[in-house]
Design a protein around this ligand. Structure first.
Ligand code: AHR
Length: 542
């Protein structure tokens, strides 16, 4: 009983939900037109905690102001790192953080960010302005340690030689006192190695990361990874090749064909293939222009809500397509997909802090989008080993907004809290059927699915997350656990009558999840999912 209470307590802690103690009793009815069947004995695989990962780049207000406030700041900090941020990351069990970019990574010399802080050079940042290098490798590793997350570093393949990749690995991982770089690390207060396991070999190498063809990149990749320092058993590096953008499987095929021209063993040099997908085109098919196609983060109509979700739903097919392409070269599927940048991308204009590049204020729409995306990852545990939401703070699909002493958790951050309970669970086959949503798309009727979600099981603890995308209609649904009874249950819901609802520095809790206990009799019951909602049902099985 204690373990069950603990499951519910920790699940609720992560959500940060307001808890109502009055239980709601649920019974089964026959009236529902929607159904969810959870097949408790059909596991799809273990949900890697790392699919709930994050991404941070030296861009706009992400690092400076967002993460790093400096040791002398009046903002509460731990050795210069914003304390509130690491406290929040602990609550949602942040598993991994990618750094230092993004496009920035391929213009960055890691040596600029190590050694005595007052001797570090100032450089021109990829995104414009001056990079002061106050925050570098040691500070990032310390940030990860405080947050309880693993580091994932992206190496510069475009503008540094392969030797510098080798040396960065040596700086991070060589044993205390064994190399000059280990001594340099120790001089900054970290004698013990960082044991960085995850390494990206370039970023978007088809674009800002070198403008390569997939064949050219494969040649560079081979050279960069042919010999990297290894420091003993259990310390293998996990190497992520720079992969395609969205559906572009010609990149995936071109890369592997060229890599394998040197022989089948070359496959062993890749552990993950990165995939990036941003939902940005809200033009309803009018343009593919990167600037003109974008919509507003805060001002939108129901049609824009559904269009954004449609752009995000492409993720499921993108995963399937690249997985199939990978299978043509790696029949055993040892290599996994790493979706290390994802999220909506709007046009400028909703910055919480004026001047912060690429900053946008997430709304309930982005919470629903993020929940939908995480459900997709949960449904493909054998394919997706890691995913990193772009980007953690003060940027695109941010979990947090911060400026000086102001801070708020966005609807996206709230959803990460609600979904944390899936980490490490067995993903269960879940059959969901519901009438499609129909909406007007420039005079034509368009359709979008009516209900989606995912379920996972750890011991007797079952987590079901569900998205109702309809902007105004609730969805009455019969939920069937196929004979398994529930001992106790909690529901947490994120929703609002206003689809634009969002949190700001002035109103940091305008949108907040609500939790309440449920009383269920039997193994089937009816639940009404509110409109425009994300729901997490935490069920302790009898
Ligand atoms: O997240 C912003 C940018 O988007 C990243 O730097 C780049 O990798 C992508 O194009």
């Amino acid at each position: 009983m204690l373990a069950r209470r603990e499951f519910l307590r920790t699940s609720l802690l992560a959500t940060g939900a307001a808890v109502c103690s009055k239980p709601q009793t649920l019974v089964a009815t026959n009236a529902s037109d929607s159904r969810i069947e959870i097949l408790l004995d059909e596991s799809l695989g273990v949900i890697s905690p790392n699919i709930y990962g994050h991404f941070t780049e030296h861009l706009g207000g992400v690092i400076y102001d967002g993460i790093w406030v400096g040791e002398n700041s009046s903002v509460p900090n731990v050795n210069g790192i914003r304390k509130r941020l690491v406290d929040e990351l602990r609550k949602i069990k942040a598993p991994v953080v990618r750094y230092p970019g993004g496009c920035f990574a391929d213009s960055y010399n890691w040596r600029d960010g190590v050694g005595a802080a007052d001797k570090r050079p100032r450089r021109t940042n990829f995104w414009g302005g001056t990079e002061p290098n106050h925050f570098g490798t040691n500070e990032f590793i310390q940030f990860c340690g405080l947050a309880g997350a693993q580091p994932y570093l992206a190496a510069n393949l475009r503008s540094l030689p392969a030797e510098e990749f080798y040396r960065w690995v040596e700086y991070c991982n060589s044993p205390a006192g064994s190399t000059t770089l280990a001594d340099l690390r120790a001089a900054s207060g970290s004698a013990e190695p960082f044991h960085v396991r995850f390494w990206g070999v370039g970023n978007e190498s088809w674009g800002c990361g070198g403008n390569f063809t997939p064949q050219e990149y494969a040649v560079e990749y081979r050279r960069f990874v042919t010999w990297l320092p290894h420091y003993g058993k259990g310390q293998d590096l996990f190497l992520v090749a720079s992969g395609p953008y969205s559906e572009d499987s010609s990149w995936t095929r071109g890369f592997f064909e060229e890599l394998l021209r040197k022989g089948p063993d070359q496959l062993n040099s890749v552990d993950g293939l990165s995939v990036h997908h941003y939902a940005w085109n809200l033009s309803r098919g009018r343009t593919t222009d990167w600037d003109k196609g974008k919509g507003s983060a805060l001002e939108f109509e129901p049609v824009d809500w559904y269009e954004l979700l449609r752009e995000g739903q492409r993720m499921e097919e993108i995963i399937g397509n690249h997985w199939r392409a990978l299978g043509e070269y790696d029949a055993q599927h040892r290599i996994k997909l790493i979706v290390d940048e994802w999220g909506p991308w709007y046009r400028p204009g909703s910055e919480a802090t004026p001047g912060n590049q690429l900053e946008q204020i997430p709304t309930l729409r982005d919470a629903v989008f993020s929940a939908m995306t995480m459900d997709i990852f949960n449904r493909h545990p054998e394919k997706v080993a890691m995913a990193n939401c772009a980007q953690l703070i003060n940027c695109l699909n941010s979990l947090y907004l911060a400026h000086e002493d102001k801070f708020c958790v966005t609807p996206v951050g709230l959803v990460f809290g609600m979904y944390a309970a899936h980490q490490g669970g067995q993903s269960l086959r879940t059959v969901i059927s519901a009438p499609a949503v129909r909406y007007d798309r420039d005079g034509k009727t368009a359709a979008f699915w009516g209900l989606q979600g995912s379920a996972s099981l750890r011991g007797k603890d079952l987590v079901l997350t569900v998205v109702n995308p309809h902007v105004s209609e609730p969805r009455e649904t019969s939920i069937d656990l196929k004979g398994t009874r529930v001992a106790s249950a909690y529901v947490t819901t994120l929703s609002s009558p206003d689809i634009h609802a969002h949190n700001t520095f002035a109103e940091p809790a305008a949108l907040a999840p609500q939790s309440k206990p449920l009383t269920l009799s039997g193994s089937a019951f009816t639940y009404v999912f509110p409109p425009a909602s994300v729901t997490c049902l935490s069920l302790s099985l009898a």
